[in-house]
Design a protein around this ligand. Sequence first.
Ligand code: 5GP
Length: 195
Amino acid sequence: MSTGQPTRLVVLAGPTAVGKGTVAAEVRAAHPDVWISISATTRAPRPGEVDGVHYWFVSEDRFDEMVASDDLLEWAVVHQRARYGTPRAPVEEALAAGCLALLEIDLQGARQVRTTMPDALFVFLSPPSWEELVRRLVGRGTENDEERARRLETARQELASEAEFDVTVVNREVHAAAEELVALMTYDHESTRAD
Ligand code: 5GP
């Protein structure tokens, strides 16, 4: 799809375990017209995760190369552990092709994109409550106690950043949150086009 109009990059961030990945997956399934960035990461794949689908799983050396060649639009160390980054070229290609583009990244990454691409729309995905966020974090069961504590601490800090964002979507239910996000993308895009 090419509209020839200014196009919109949407950045979805929010606390760990709020369900950003699930909401992005729902958008991918229900709205194939929305282009979704695939991040590079140095963390190991979880069971069922596929290279090039969920992430590009890369070595520390390869990530170093990507940083050195300025191949990443943004990158961050997440949960004080692994590095994650957004490959720059695919984002630029998607925007040039007139697509609605979605980045699902952490808060540090969102702040970097805010600096380099201030026209993007920044959406904060929030949990219905702190208790629900803790329940989701524990319920996922893929982390050990130390990892879980680290992620909770990150989540606490991330929740406090909501005011930095243009708009908040509350993730009460995945399908509804995904639809709200796409409606925002489309609405914003249409209003941009009407200018
Ligand atoms: P997970 O390891 O659970 O898949 O993701 C951990 C965190 O990394 C999530 O908060 C996710 O938003 C963030 N993340 C995923 N990809 C990127 C990226 O490309 N850049 C940044 N800054 N964060 C990312």
